[in-house]
Design a protein around this ligand. Structure first.
Ligand code: IMP
Ligand code: MG
Length: 187
């Protein structure tokens, strides 16, 4: 195991089972919708989840990407959402968008994006997250599809990073607090 990881929180097998369950829920819910089904992954944290999820969904889906920033090189959300890469499609009014996210913490990123995409004229917008930390919510937000609920620990792996590291780990691990120097001056 990676030396900076305190413990494995979710194994590859558990992640696989959660992804399969979410894919089956999406297959069930979108079988009869009118229009396109667009999986919209939020870069970069959700790319690993997206890759596995899209293979397990049997319905025809399209994929696209947006990039937003709310975190710096630390473990706290700034709450300011900046769109760094926008969704550039002319046919958004025919798209049933499922936003694919790695983890929900305060809820600010996804609640902002849902409103943003509805305002842009999407046919429908739902949200899908691999991990949810409901105890951390700062805004009222409930995702439509959740892989697994997790405790309030800073986790990395399977796409999730700390300062751009650890994304390629195949499991979700708890980072040793000394790696991110948990201290007052580091907000
Ligand atoms: P929110 O806007 O506070 O819900 O922030 C969600 C974003 O924060 C996610 O897309 C992640 O990029 C990041 N994030 C939140 N918790 C963690 C974590 O435990 N590990 C890595 N990234 C996290
Ligand atoms: Mg993210």
């Amino acid at each position: 195991m990676n030396k900076d990881i305190k413990a494995i929180m979710i194994s590859e097998e558990e992640i696989g089972a959660a992804v399969s369950r979410v894919a089956a829920e999406i297959d069930r819910d979108y079988g009869n919708v009118e229009g396109r089904v667009l999986l919209l992954a939020i870069l970069k944290g959700s790319v690993v989840f997206m890759g596995d999820l899209m293979k397990k969904i049997t319905l025809p889906v399209e994929i696209d990407f947006m990039k937003v920033s709310s975190y710096g090189a630390d473990t706290k959300s700034s709450g300011n959402i900046n769109i760094i890469l926008d969704l550039a499609r002319k046919d958004i009014d025919s798209c049933n968008i499922i936003i694919v996210e790695d983890i929900i913490d305060s809820g600010k990123t996804l609640s902002y994006l849902v409103e943003y995409l509805r305002h842009k004229g999407a046919k429908s917008v739902r949200t899908c997250t691999l991990l949810d930390k409901p105890s951390r919510r700062e805004v009222d937000f409930t995702p439509d599809y959740v892989g697994l609920e997790v405790e309030d620990e800073f986790v990395v792996g399977y796409g999730l990073d700390y300062d751009e590291q650890y994304r390629a780990l195949p499991y979700i691990g708890i980072l040793r607090p000394e790696v991110y120097g948990e201290s007052e001056g580091n907000a």
